[in-house]
Design a protein around this ligand. Structure first.
Ligand SMILES: *[C@@H]1O[C@H](CO)[C@@H](O)[C@H](O)[C@H]1NC(C)=O
Length: 194
């Protein structure tokens, strides 16, 4: 009886040690934050990718669809705040006609970009619905996000010379384009894992 008890506590100890070691290793190699780092490593702007997405690690876990969806939602949100910023610039007094025209073009491009990102986000959600045609939806998403990216990169080209407004719009557009490019890359990665 006493011997049996001794044996079973010994095996319990062994099980605990094995379990702790195993979970420890597992945690180090496959945590949500390592998953994000590893997926981000093949994007064009890996640091921006990790910095902007790590805060969502709890929702993302190790799910490529959730990662792509969060990245796209982030890109849409940034695009919308940039749209608001650009349309406020339009109200500034004392703009030169050329600056006014450049802002107007930029506002239209961002607006198109927001629409494309918004319908892409809805379409990406359909990719997870059973019975829906995955390839069709994902290829629409890829097409629309890449047109949004083209819009973003032309926005700001119309501003000539120097100036605070040009710098400030350019800075925002560069950041938006990086986040959008990363989202596209994570969407492509998700599609290839499907
Ligand atoms: C984007 O904005 C929406 C609406 O405000 C919010 O629900 C969503 O969580 C935001 N996305 C990210 C990735 O922060």
């Amino acid at each position: 009886m006493a011997k049996g008890l001794h044996l079973s506590s010994l095996s319990l100890l062994v099980i605990c040690v094995v379990a702790v070691t195993f979970t420890g290793n597992n945690y180090a190699s496959a945590s949500p934050s390592n998953f994000i780092k590893s997926c981000c490593s093949t994007t064009r702007f890996p640091n921006v990718c990790v910095e902007s997405l790590s805060v969502y690690a709890n929702t993302i876990q190790q799910d490529p669809h959730e990662l792509a969806q969060t990245a796209l939602s982030l890109s849409l949100n940034k695009s919308e705040s940039t749209r608001a910023f650009v349309s406020n610039c339009n109200k500034l007094r004392g703009l030169k006609p050329r600056e006014y025209a450049a802002l107007k073009d930029c506002a239209e491009e961002i607006s198109d970009s927001c629409d494309r990102l918004s319908k892409s986000l809805k379409e990406l959600k359909l990719c997870k619905v059973k019975g829906e045609d995955f390839r069709w939806h994902i290829s629409n998403v890829e097409t629309w996000v890449s047109s949004a990216l083209t819009d973003d990169s032309t926005c700001g080209d119309g501003f000539s010379g120097n100036g605070k407004m040009k710098d400030s719009i350019r800075g925002r557009m560069v950041n938006l384009a990086q986040v959008t490019s990363n989202a596209l890359s994570l969407i492509t990665q998700y599609a290839s894992k499907y």
